[in-house]
Design a protein around this ligand. Structure first.
Ligand SMILES: Cc1cc2nc3c(=O)[nH]c(=O)nc-3n(C[C@H](O)[C@H](O)[C@H](O)COP(=O)(O)OP(=O)(O)OC[C@H]3O[C@@H](n4cnc5c(N)ncnc54)[C@H](O)[C@@H]3O)c2cc1C
Length: 548
């Protein structure tokens, strides 16, 4: 048999509609207030399912290259990206993934953006980094009126303009973030970078940042020690006269995943910056940014999970072993259904969380829910991502381990969302802080859970069981509490909104102890085939034949 016969190899999952084939996402978009954006989401999903799939592969196979110096040894501090990266980033900017809720504020704006962001994350997560940071920088900048007036129009423009020119000459701009230093990222109070005030309101920064992703951004929100303490600054890459600011790119990190994106170590030498918020209140100033990027970690992981489940179910439907399709083997069906459940729970959580971002400005209870649910979901959904992608990878057998088949890239990408914007532990500790300081956040969270009361006995019992742990939160057990809060939220959402087969399987396996530590341990008696078929994507030709 010639190798070219492709014997029993599944066809690539391509030419498919990422929106129409993702029922949990489409249902959540409508449910959470984004129905008005369905046409745009559908067009974006259709666009992503074509050429863009190949751009994601190319952008990762051709990672960015640092050009620190020119041939004469003068500083350049530029990063060269593959054209596929630029195409993807331009696609994201043109569709408002960096700014939609600020450009078109109104009900469902964050939810609409969330659906688009989730879909792009499954195609290529690297460009999500500058898109997310730019989106998140806007609410932080709004605390400082003159900076917002100058930068918001650029950061929300729908033009992708990668030229290294002063802000005043740009059609659109992107914003990065510099908090983490060599001596500690979780504990930013240990930052050593200094900020010395100059006459005229500017500051000069000296120091370093150990991680600074997307270093070709036009500006960065950075933390540095001003005389009264840690403060937040807006640091432009190019100064108004066209000279480069004192931001030196030392090297690019050689990373496990997220390889299309550049993450630099930078040094700041006489770098000019402007204060955001108040001196000594840097953490408070940048907190708004971190909340929004944490939302994107949840959305991004939901997107990665969806892409992995789409690949796994597609493969299993087209590969045979021992005389039947892999998808029809009872044990493999159990594995696939379990992965589908996890993916659907993540999507429902991410989209509900996005709605809280829409409603927080007008509804105090939603603002409290948002605060607690962001940390809860960031911990749990991002923690489940690597486990899911690892199992999805195995669904392709040996091919899963091979880059050509796509899931390996999802797997390498998946741990990152749990690390940046606060590690798993940092988010769990944040939950404890919120519970201790803001009883209204706990009440808002419980009120959300109460919406499903009576919907499923197993969920009701699980929610009642939270009371004890909530009454005595303890640092050493924080992961247990936060994981339980997340499962309760996911159960509540699925019981209210998902098909009965999905909600039943979730409650049985996640809430009443009838599941195992590995995927594929769902108890007997569930409608596994229905769950898998709900999630299995169909290429356009197949979907058309189905409809016809
Ligand atoms: C690819 C990539 C890109 C990044 N891009 C950026 C960027 O653009 N800008 C930026 O500012 N940062 C960026 N980061 C940095 C990232 O935000 C930090 O790595 C992260 O916040 C953790 O900080 P750290 O690495 O210093 O780990 P540490 O803070 O040293 O933590 C080490 C471990 O200890 C645990 N730990 C720490 N304190 C506690 C505690 N009190 N209780 C329990 N456990 C604790 C942590 O959970 C972690 O597991 C990036 C990181 C990566 C991997």
């Amino acid at each position: 048999m010639a190798a070219s016969d492709g014997l029993n190899q599944a066809p690539p999952l391509e030419a498919y509609d990422l929106y129409a084939e993702n029922l949990p996402l489409a249902e959540a978009l409508r449910r959470e207030g984004g129905a008005w954006a369905e046409t745009a989401a559908s067009a974006f999903g259709s666009l992503l399912g074509d050429e863009a799939l190949a751009w994601g592969v190319e952008a990762n196979r051709n990672p960015p290259v640092l050009r620190a110096l020119d041939r004469s040894g003068r500083r350049l501090d530029e990063v060269e990206f593959h054209p596929a990266w630029h195409r993807l980033l331009a696609l994201g900017v043109e569709h408002g993934l960096h700014a939609l809720p600020w450009r078109q504020p109104g009900p469902g704006a964050h939810v609409a953006r969330a659906a688009l962001f989730t879909m792009l994350a499954g195609v290529e997560a690297g460009v999500g980094c500058p898109l997310s940071m730019t989106y998140a920088a806007v609410p932080a900048l709004r605390a400082t009126a003159d900076l917002a007036a100058e930068w918001e129009p650029l950061l929300t423009a729908s033009d992708y303009d990668p030229r290294p020119v002063p802000a005043g000459e740009k059609a659109g701009a992107l914003c990065g973030m510099g908090m983490t230093e060599r001596q500690g990222g979780s504990d930013v109070r240990a930052n050593l970078t200094s900020a010395t005030p100059l006459r005229g309101g500017e500051y000069v920064l000296e120091g370093h940042k150990w991680f600074c992703s997307a270093p070709m951004c036009d500006a960065f929100l950075v933390l540095a020690q001003a005389p009264p303490g840690l403060s937040c600054f807006l640091l432009p890459r190019i100064l108004p006269d066209g000279a480069r600011n004192g931001v030196h790119l030392v090297r690019l990190k050689d990373k496990l995943g997220n390889r299309s994106n550049a993450s630099a170590e930078i040094e700041l030498h006489g770098a000019l910056a402007r204060l955001v918020g108040e001196e000594g209140r840097g953490v408070q100033a940048i907190a708004e940014m971190i909340n929004h990027t944490r939302l994107d970690c949840v959305l991004g992981t939901a997107g990665l999970m969806r892409a992995a489940v789409a690949e796994a179910t597609h493969y299993a439907a087209h590969r045979t072993s021992f005389g039947r399709r892999v998808i029809d083997h009872p044990l493999q069906r159990n594995v696939l259904a379990d992965l589908c459940l996890e993916s659907e729970a993540a999507t429902a959580t991410a989209m509900r969380l996005a709605r809280a971002y829409d409603e927080a400005a007008l509804d105090e209870a939603q603002a409290h829910f948002r605060r607690l649910a962001t940390a809860v979901a960031k911990y749990w959904v991002c923690k489940r991502g690597p486990a899911l992608t690892a199992e999805a990878l195995e669904c392709l057998g040996g091919n899963g381990f091979v880059e050509d088949f796509g899931v390996a890239r999802l797997y390498r990408e998946s741990p990152l969302n749990s690390i940046w914007e606060g590690t798993g532990n940092v988010n769990c500790l944040d939950v404890l802080r919120i519970l201790a300081k803001t009883p209204a956040a706990r009440e808002a969270f419980l009120a959300e859970l109460a919406l499903s009361a009576g919907g499923d006995e197993r969920l009701d019992r699980f929610v009642s069981g939270l009371a004890g742990a909530l009454a005595r939160p303890d640092e050493g057990s924080a992961r247990r509490l936060v994981g339980a809060l997340a499962l309760a939220l996911q159960g509540s959402l699925l019981v209210r909104h998902a098909p009965a087969a999905v909600a039943d399987a979730f409650c049985a396996s996640r809430l009443s102890g009838d599941g195992g530590l590995a995927f594929g341990t769902l108890p007997a008696g569930l409608e596994l085939e229905a769950i898998v078929e709900r999630h299995r994507p169909h290429a356009r030709a197949e979907a058309g034949a189905r409809a016809g």
